[in-house]
Ligand binder design. Structure first.
Ligand SMILES: C[S@@+](CC[C@H](N)C(=O)[O-])C[C@H]1O[C@@H](n2cnc3c(N)ncnc32)[C@H](O)[C@@H]1O
Length: 217
C-alpha cells in the first residue's frame, strides 16, 4: 500500500525513473527517433522493457498483439522469447506494416513474427490458436471487445497486458481534450471490467501511461 496517494508518481520521481533506464541500442534508438518524427505512438521505453521482462519470466512462446505500429513492442517481445517463439500481431495500416517489417527484419525476427492484416474486430474472430500472452494496444474504444474476443484464445495461466489505461491521466480527472472524451470513457469502463473480470486476476500498474497486467484463471 502506498504511504500517501501521491507518494509515487510525482514529477521528480517519474523523471528520476526515466533517467535511470539503460540506453536503448542503436536499432531501438532509430525506431524511437522515427516514431517521434512521424508522430507514431509506440510504447514508453519502460513499458517496452516490462513487455520484454514479462515474456522472459513467463516462459512465453506464443504472443498475440493487437496494434503493431512500427514493431517496437514486437521486437521487445521477440527478444524476451530469445528468438524461440512467435508474435502474431494485428495491424490494418499498410504503411505501418511496411515500416515494421523492415525494422523486424533488421532485428533478425522475420521468422518469428506473423502479421495479421486488418482490423482486430474482423481478425480476432477468425483466429484458431492458443496464446501464452495477449497485448492490447489499438483503438481505446474497442479494448473491451478485444478482451472478450481474445480471452478464449489465451491459455489458463496466460497473461493479459493492456497499454494506456491511465490515458494521459485523463481517466482519473477530466478529459483535457474534448476529442478524447469517448476514448477516455471507454478506458474507464474497460478498467472497471478488467479488474473485476471473473476470468482474470488483474491490476492497473502506474507504469508508463498505465499498464494493465492480468493472469487468466
Ligand atoms: C499505439 S499503436 C501500437 C504501438 C505498438 N504496440 C508499440 O508499442 O510499439 C496502435 C496501433 O493500432 C493500429 N490500429 C488502429 N486501428 C486498429 C484496429 N481496428 N485493429 C488493430 N489495430 C489497429 C494503429 O494503426 C496503430 O499502429
Amino acid at each position: 500500500m502506498k504511504a500517501r496517494i501521491d507518494a509515487i508518481l510525482q514529477r521528480e520521481q517519474a523523471e528520476y525513473l526515466d533517467a535511470l533506464l539503460p540506453p536503448s541500442d542503436a536499432l531501438l534508438q532509430e525506431m524511437e527517433a522515427y516514431a517521434r518524427e512521424h508522430k507514431t505512438p509506440i510504447a514508453d521505453r519502460e513499458v517496452a522493457l516490462f513487455l520484454e521482462i514479462t515474456a522472459r519470466t513467463t516462459n512465453t512462446r506464443r504472443i498475440l498483439e493487437i496494434g503493431m505500429a512500427i514493431g517496437y513492442s514486437v521486437i521487445h517481445f521477440a527478444r524476451g522469447m530469445n528468438g524461440n517463439g512467435i508474435v502474431v500481431t494485428v495491424e490494418p495500416d499498410n504503411e505501418m506494416i511496411g515500416t515494421a517489417e523492415k525494422f523486424i527484419e533488421r532485428a533478425g525476427y522475420t521468422n518469428h513474427v506473423r502479421v495479421e492484416r486488418g482490423r482486430a474486430l474482423d481478425v480476432l474472430p477468425r483466429l484458431r490458436e492458443t496464446f501464452d500472452l495477449i497485448f492490447i494496444d489499438a483503438l481505446k474504444e474497442e479494448y473491451a471487445e478485444y478482451l472478450e474476443l481474445s480471452l478464449p484464445l489465451l491459455r489458463a495461466g496466460g497473461v493479459v497486458l493492456a497499454d494506456n489505461l491511465l490515458w494521459g491521466g485523463q481517466v482519473a480527472t477530466v478529459e483535457r481534450n474534448e476529442k478524447q472524451k469517448t476514448s477516455t470513457e471507454a478506458i474507464r469502463e474497460f478498467n472497471r471490467r478488467f479488474v473485476n473480470h471473473p476470468q482474470l486476476r488483474a491490476v492497473v500498474l502506474s507504469v508508463g501511461d498505465g499498464l494493465g497486467y492480468a493472469v487468466k484463471l
